[in-house]
Ligand binder design. Sequence first.
Ligand code: PLP
Length: 404
Amino acid sequence: MEKGNYKVDENGFYGDFGGAFVPENLQKNLDELNHCFKSYYSSKEFQDEYNQLLRDYVGRPSPLYLAKRLSAKYGAKIYLKREDLNHTGAHKINNTLGQILLAKHMGKKKIIAETGAGQHGVATATVCALMEMECIVFMGALDMKRQFPNVQKMRMLGAQVIPAESGTKTLSDAVNEALDYWIKNTDSFYLLGSAVGPHPYPDMVAHFQSVISKEMKKQLLEHEGTENPDYILACIGGGSNASGAFFEYLDRPEVKLYGIEAGGMGVETGKSAAALLTGEEKVLHGSKSLVMCDENGDVREAFSISAGLDYPGVGPLLAHMKSTKRLNVLASTDSEALEAAFELTHLEGIIPAIESSHALAALGKIKFKPTDIVVVNLSGRGDKDMEMYLKHYAFLVEEEIHKQ
Ligand SMILES: *Cc1c(COP(=O)(O)O)cnc(C)c1O
């Protein structure tokens, strides 16, 4: 199950990154959680229930689709791993289902979670409804306005959504408030949404998302007669879909791994969410990783068109993979991602999430051979992004009119 050099150590570190920087009373909760994860995750009881839900509730395995027109355009064999087809529209449900089963096993009744765009909040509220648990979601007050349909979904699913009014009123503040609440209410279970935060969350979330690369190996063997692609591309917010898509290949250096960050207005402008490319070593939200900082060493606000990538930090596994050169890191700007979203829609009839479009936009930045097998992890679908896409579309139409 564990992976050589990229296996977490017993203190929760990947090389220099990770750990658990939390108050003492939370450390007790984390130890309990880690113990439950270690003993229960590999049990037959957990695996049976988890795998059955992944199949019948989520709709797994997600297809590995050979995108012929996209392949012709970029001169390689390009496959899309269709996480966009999962129940609730993205990879996030793989993780929330895993964690809710741990919570149930630990006898917890109350779940707390943070959310940015609302995708993790919806996936958490979904599994709470399924398992009859109380659900409290912390969400930046500004994000609640920007992503109101997801707030309504969470409420319909029975969750209580609490606005985070501090700081910039976005994801980073929601995590702070969820952690604060947890410190005061240690009987609750914190269901964290990405491969970030204190140990054991990054390791645990990567394991729950590893179903993506486990399926990929089987599907490639079927389609191509080999488990290994030449490239895997995934977008990086906190790093959960990327960790899952890379997981089974960490110790296979012949498979090139590419993580694509949100370049926002351009990495060089400082208005980005490119924590791997521009971050410094710092503790954020309970673990040490690469974090975007200002000249005083304080956390800098992230900037991206994509709410799901709009986070100033990144998970410790990916920071370690970058520092050991296992991971190639690129960035796609807001406008490159928008263009890629329209390109996929026109070529393949698939409207991708704006997060996933950042990975798609990297296809034009890598020099492929015609025989290369490339997998892009299509982390989610674009329904939630329609308003923004339509605005961009109106802009494109207007440009067209001006040209004539
Ligand atoms: C949340 C989200 C992401 C970013 O989160 P990671 O933890 O980096 O995977 C990417 N794509 C979609 C569709 C998302 O909802």
